[in-house]
Design a protein around this ligand. Structure first.
Ligand SMILES: C[S@@+](CC[C@H](N)C(=O)[O-])C[C@H]1O[C@@H](n2cnc3c(N)ncnc32)[C@H](O)[C@@H]1O
Length: 226
């Protein structure tokens, strides 16, 4: 079984993807974003703090006690920053080396002591257990053409599958897993992956996705995975 959305819908989200890449995501130079008290360094080819990132960031800011946290696919590091004030420590991992470089500069710039950037392919370099694990997963199941697209496209959701297969091994007894996803991707397939791995989900929050004309039934979701 492979993820598959209706052809017409696929065409629509591919069009949306091209618009977003050109207008907001592709950049030729290093940028600094200002969010709350943080200055966030983002090198080209790194997913910048976007609409879905901010939605998850605001949700994570409200967590009471994230404890030791893991932010898989940290990108600009924005989700780690959402937990930074309350977490004991945070491991912020990514497969994109430029994301790690960006986050190292952000840490210096903001004099942060409790975030450790770490290069890792999902859990390949993660051996510890955590009280909170978060992942704003790539929503689309197409083959990425480059590292920037890897933030948005996960071919046939192989990385998402890896994440769901291994995530419990990295969680403490009372730990919590939060996953962001969208109906820009195949949510039925996500449900299947969750069931196959004997996990359960609870929808905690939902928001309309970044508006592009004619595409207004798209949403971001935040799930708790148990
Ligand atoms: C949708 S972006 C989210 C970035 C950031 N967390 C945010 O919310 O803005 C997904 C991130 O996952 C990373 N990623 C993709 N595949 C990965 C893998 N196999 N292992 C680790 N990180 C991965 C991408 O490089 C990208 O930074």
């Amino acid at each position: 079984m492979k993820p598959q959305l209706p052809k017409e819908f696929e065409e629509m989200i591919k069009k949306r993807h091209e618009i977003l890449l050109k207008k907001y995501l592709i950049s030729k130079k290093k940028k600094i974003y200002k969010i709350d008290q943080y200055k966030i360094v983002v090198y080209p080819d790194v997913f910048p703090p976007f609409d879905d990132s901010l939605f998850f960031y605001k949700f994570l800011k409200k967590l009471k006690n994230p404890g030791r946290a893991l932010d898989i696919g940290t990108g600009s590091g924005i989700l780690s920053l959402g937990m930074q004030k309350k977490a004991k420590s945070i491991v912020s991992s990514d497969i994109n080396k430029k994301a790690i470089k960006s986050l190292k500069e952000t840490i210096k710039l903001n004099k942060i002591k409790n975030i450790e950037p770490r290069y890792s392919n999902i859990f390949s370099k993660i051996n510890e257990r955590f009280g909170t694990i978060v992942f704003n997963a790539p929503f689309m199941y197409f083959k990425p053409k480059n590292m920037l697209e890897r933030a948005i496209c996960d071919e046939n959701y192989r990385d998402l599958e890896k994440f769901l297969k291994q995530v419990k091994k990295h969680l403490t007894k009372k730990g919590k897993i939060y996953l962001a996803f969208s109906n820009i991707g195949d949510t039925n397939y996500l449900r299947k992956l969750i069931k196959n791995n004997k996990l359960k989900t609870k929808l905690l929050s939902k928001k309309k996705a970044f508006p592009i004309s004619g595409m207004n039934k798209l949403f971001y979701y935040i799930y708790e995975i148990r």
